[in-house]
Design a protein around this ligand. Structure first.
Ligand SMILES: [Zn+2]
Length: 411
């Protein structure tokens, strides 16, 4: 057995796997368009499965298609889990999620090569449908894993063509037999920062201390069909207009709380969405984020007042049909400390960050000690095909992941 402290991942081998992934499901501008449960998702799952086989790990797939590659420990204890996701946004990057899966795989390969067998098993995970771009909401499969939602809920998510998650998972051949969820010792997720700080400050490692508190809502608006011409303004109940007013009100709240506060309405569905007829229905998705939980609650209250005012002014019914929240002080101090100690021992500069995006790690943090580590991405550009990471500034965070996971698994 080699000196454990001197272990380093094989950066070239790691980067090669990231680039092999980058060839699957290309977009139109150098990035990826690899939505969950498409043929491209199937193909990258096959690549991951082949890499897992080569590494001599045991692959299992659960009923939601979550993939687990197990490296045995000296004792049959609950494993330390590390990984992220291989699905992307419709116009996504080559690194978001992918460095976390391939980085965890590289960490385990490094241990295997060195003959290091930690006390607990280590499981590398590829979570299904992290992005939720095709099957909203995001992080649905890890939510079921953590018991926050039921299996039927996970299988019944639908895409815009009314195909269910379950049907499409079976179609691509990744509807596994395993029950969703098993006891784990701890979880680590390596991810690109998706913000500009590490890149701007030239720091290769971000220690993620928590998530920016986030509140989300899906609203449904009901108006009434009417002719676009003769119907008097006073008689109109235009669901599209009500939705537009809600969107502007939400954006105004974001500006009032900028720069720390952020609000987004990224999706609007309108029916019948035809010229010549006033819309009778609309659905829209809204979210708001702020580093301070009290402030995000205040933003939510402002938004709810604005929604009432819009409903009155537009004479439409506006109903909140779904709510979600994530973020906060969710990560485990012990796991965060292991990441920080690993970065110190390896001599890598690091800084503490809050994540402003959602991650599967947030769900897993509800059932096991969890932490995240970030690598830089250029200018913080993400959910964009121009997303870019440099090999040299990504590898330090993979080494940090390796040593934190190993320390936890050997505890
Ligand atoms: Zn991601």
């Amino acid at each position: 057995m080699s000196d454990v402290a001197s272990l380093r991942v094989d950066g070239d081998r790691f980067w090669d796997t990231v680039m092999r992934s980058a060839a699957i499901g290309p977009g139109v501008a150098g990035g990826l368009s690899r939505l969950a449960l498409t043929d491209a998702d199937r193909d990258v799952r096959r690549l991951f499965g082949a890499l897992v086989d080569e590494a001599g790990l045991t692959l299992t797939v659960d009923k939601l298609g979550n993939m687990f590659a197990r490296y045995e420990g000296r004792e049959d204890l609950p494993p330390v889990v590390a990984g992220s996701h291989l699905d992307t946004q419709v116009a996504g990057g080559r690194f978001d999620g992918i460095v976390g899966v391939m980085g965890a795989l590289e960490a385990v390969r490094t241990l295997a090569d060195a003959g290091v067998r930690p006390r607990r098993p280590i499981v590398v995970v590829n979570w299904s449908n992290e992005e939720g771009a095709r099957f909203p909401p995001p992080m649905s499969a890890s939510a079921v894993f953590a018991g926050l939602q039921g299996l039927e809920w996970g299988l019944s998510r639908v895409d815009r063509d009314a195909r269910t998650f379950g049907e499409e998972l079976a179609r691509i051949g990744y509807a596994g037999d395993d029950k969703v969820g098993f006891p784990i010792d701890a979880c680590f997720e390596l991810h690109i920062e998706q913000g500009p700080r590490l890149d701007a400050e030239g720091v290769p490692v971000g220690i993620v201390t928590g998530g920016a508190p986030t509140r989300g809502l899906k609203l449904e608006v009901r108006g009434e069909h009417a002719h676009a011409g003769p119907t008097p303004m006073l008689k109109r109940r235009n669901a599209l207009v009500a939705a537009a007013r809600v969107i502007v009100a939400l954006d105004d709240i974001g500006w009032r709380h900028a720069p720390a506060g952020k609000t987004t309405s990224a999706r609007l569905d309108v029916s019948p969405n035809l010229s010549g007829i006033i819309s009778n229905e609309a659905a829209l998705w809204c979210d708001m984020r702020h580093p301070e939980a009290a402030t995000v609650e205040g933003m939510l209250a402002e938004f709810e007042r604005a929604v009432e005012a819009v409903a009155d002014a537009s004479r439409c019914d506006v109903e909140v049909v779904e709510r979600w929240c994530f973020g906060g002080d969710i990560f485990d101090d012990g796991c965060v400390a292991l990441l920080r100690e690993a970065a110190d021992r390896l001599g890598h500069a690091h800084l503490d960050l809050l994540s402003e995006a959602g991650h599967d790690a947030y769900n897993i943090a509800t059932v096991a000690p969890t932490a995240m580590v970030f690598c830089p991405c250029r200018d913080g550009i993400t959910h964009n095909e121009a997303e870019h990471c440099d090999k040299a500034t990504t590898i330090p965070a993979v080494d940090v992941l390796l040593h934190a996971v190993l320390a936890r698994a050997d505890r």
